[in-house]
Design a protein around this ligand. Structure first.
Ligand SMILES: Cc1cc2nc3c(=O)[nH]c(=O)nc-3n(C[C@H](O)[C@H](O)[C@H](O)COP(=O)(O)OP(=O)(O)OC[C@H]3O[C@@H](n4cnc5c(N)ncnc54)[C@H](O)[C@@H]3O)c2cc1C
Length: 134
């Protein structure tokens, strides 16, 4: 089955999602082909998980410094399963947002006649006419 699009984003990271959303808002028919999870590097292994870890380290440092300020607080260590589990749930919630985005009423493509099409996981293999494999 062949379909036609005005714009195809290869990769559903920050760049692909932004350009596709903008084009859909302008009434274009767009597709996103993403080999892994929608959200790309920033959501899945970059900015978002890094910031959770950075914030956790910041909290631990604040507890360690607390006595100097006269605040009674003592760390009993890091509960790694809780930290990592929370981090993964946070990332998962963003994945879930993007997974159903094309079908939701707030998606610009569903308002425009043009429409969105998202496929993840799928990988662009280099052909202009048969571009994906699942
Ligand atoms: C550890 C780390 C921390 C970071 N922290 C920050 C931060 O705090 N703030 C900030 O602004 N930036 C941060 N960045 C940078 C940020 O992640 C990138 O700037 C951003 O992800 C780039 O977006 P992109 O869409 O160009 O690429 P990506 O997000 O990498 O998306 C590309 C997507 O293309 C997909 N893809 C590749 N080949 C194919 C194919 N053949 N077919 C289908 N799909 C394919 C990949 O699976 C990927 O999901 C961080 C990066 C890292 C690594």
């Amino acid at each position: 089955m062949s379909q036609h699009f005005d714009l195809i984003a290869i990769g559903g990271g920050s760049g692909g999602l932004a350009v596709a959303e903008q084009a859909a808002q302008l009434g274009r028919r767009v597709a996103i082909i993403e080999a892994e999870r929608l959200g790309g590097t920033c959501v899945n292994r970059g900015c978002v998980p890094k910031k959770v870890m950075w914030y956790a380290a910041h909290v631990a440092e604040a507890v360690a410094d607390a006595p100097w300020f006269g605040i009674r607080a003592a760390s009993e260590g890091v509960d790694w399963p809780t930290l990592i589990g929370g981090r993964n749930r946070y990332v998962g919630a963003i994945n879930d947002h993007w997974d159903g985005y094309a079908e939701r009423p707030e998606s610009p493509g569903s308002r425009a006649t043009a429409g969105w099409w998202m496929r993840a996981p799928s990988r662009w293999t280099g052909s202009a006419t048969a571009p994906i494999t699942s």
